[in-house]
Design a protein around this ligand. Structure first.
Ligand code: CIR
Length: 409
């Protein structure tokens, strides 16, 4: 049976991927809001779309089927009851204060066709767009221009979801700026004909009491995951995920919980560490201490009261070799490990590669030193344009959610 989600590695030939083309939500960033909305600058709209189209075309040319989140979301709302309940929940989660506001916004959105409605929800709604009864109520009198915020991070489809085996996590995200994103995913999985009723296992849902984001969730093999303990993913959520995987015949028997620094540049594990071939990984040297060590908790399925054992290790190379049955392994340093180049290129996602087959990766063109190093290690590197896309602080892995990969031989 062909599963709509089938991802048993980071590197198996990519067959189907979920993207989101940057839309008007990016145009609704301002200097006052960009920090809260998790951007470091305001992208040039026309060029960010061109760059994203180039990224999508690069994947298509490699035989990858590209699906768009915005299209799938609109197609999931054909049933009127589903549409109304989605709208109500989305608006309930959008920070509107009064019932008058909520009702007026629901009516405004409900008058649109599904494509326009999804686009508008994602872009954010300005106050002047909606006529609200009892406008004199204090709720709408401040200077803030939006009734509902834009969601400019949607093009980072990696984070609200993570495909693992034949299932997924639909993520409870850390910051309010991104929390509504996974409601689109939940709706697609429940109601889009391609996904609904196909037995997809939800390992964690968006109502789980702990934060997790897909940039931290790496599928190293058909039995081993790596998950970052990071600014965005708590150790508790990793324990909950391990429990769920171990108890439910997922095939997963080991989870490596990898502790990374808690800062903006390294918000997720995939900003500092990605798998690029059977035996090769990119790594940002700053996540290792002066002895080249870091904390890795090896969580293993066990027949004890906890259902697992947890062992603290500190040599990531040794741990990876053991769990992946490799005799040798290469850690490729971002920016060649240089004290200036490495942090500069990591800031613009030089470690954040998207493997589309063993040894073939998509990277940003601006990280020319890291790209050169990857080529020296024998990798096939497909560079994509990155002047504007990188302003959101995410790279090719962040901008893509694999839905189907071929199994490794
Ligand atoms: N996996 C990733 O590292 N995704 C990048 C997310 C960037 C986005 N501006 C954020 O701060 O969440």
């Amino acid at each position: 049976m062909a599963y709509p989600i089938h991802v048993k590695s980071e590197i198996g030939k990519l067959k189907t991927v979920l993207l989101k083309r940057p839309g008007r939500e990016v145009e609704n960033l301002t200097p006052d809001t960009m920090e809260r909305l998790l951007f470091d600058d305001i992208p040039f709209f026309e060029n960010i779309q061109k760059e994203h189209d180039y990224f999508a075309d690069t994947l298509r040319k490699e035989g990858v089927e590209v699906l768009y989140l915005e299209k799938l979301a609109a197609e999931s709302l054909v049933n009127e009851e589903v549409k109304q309940s989605f709208l109500k929940q989305m608006i309930d989660e959008s920070g509107l204060i009064s019932d008058y506001q909520k009702q007026a916004v629901i009516e405004y959105l409900g008058s649109m066709n599904n494509d326009q409605m999804i686009e508008k929800i994602m872009a954010g709604i300005r106050k002047h767009e909606v006529e609200i009864p009892h406008q004199t109520c204090l709720d709408t009198l401040d200077d803030y221009p939006f009734l509902t915020d834009p969601m400019p991070n949607l093009y980072f489809t990696r984070d609200p979801i993570a495909s693992i085996g034949n299932g997924l996590t639909v993520n409870r995200m850390t910051f309010a700026a991104r929390q509504r994103e996974s409601l689109f995913i939940e709706t697609i999985m429940n109601y889009h004909p391609r996904f609904a009723d196909s037995g997809i296992q939800v390992w964690l849902d968006r109502y789980t009491g702990a934060h997790i984001e897909g940039g931290d969730e790496l599928v190293l093999s058909d039995t081993v995951l790596a998950v970052g303990i990071s600014q965005r993913t708590s150790a508790h959520s990793i324990k909950l995920l391990a429990e769920k995987l171990f108890k439910n015949n997922s095939g997963y028997e080991k989870v490596l919980a990898i502790k990374i620094p808690n800062n903006r540049a390294m918000m997720h594990l995939d900003t500092v560490f990605t798998m690029v071939d059977y035996d090769k990984f990119t790594i940002h040297p700053a996540i290792l201490d002066s002895d080249g060590k870091m904390d890795v908790y090896v969580i293993e399925k066990a027949n004890n009261e906890l259902g697992m054992t947890i062992t603290l290790r500190n040599n990531i190379e040794d741990v990876l070799k053991e769990v992946l049955n490799l005799s040798e392994l290469v850690l490729i340093p971002t920016g060649r490990g240089d004290a200036i180049v490495a942090p500069r290129e990591q800031w613009n996602d030089g470690s954040n590669t998207l493997a589309i087959a063993p040894g073939t990766v998509v990277t940003y063109d601006r990280n020319y030193v890291s790209n050169e190093v990857l080529r020296e290690y024998g990798l096939r590197v497909l560079e994509v344009l990155s002047g504007e896309l990188s302003r959101g602080r995410g790279g090719p892995r962040c901008m893509s959610q694999p839905l189907v990969r071929e199994d490794l031989k």
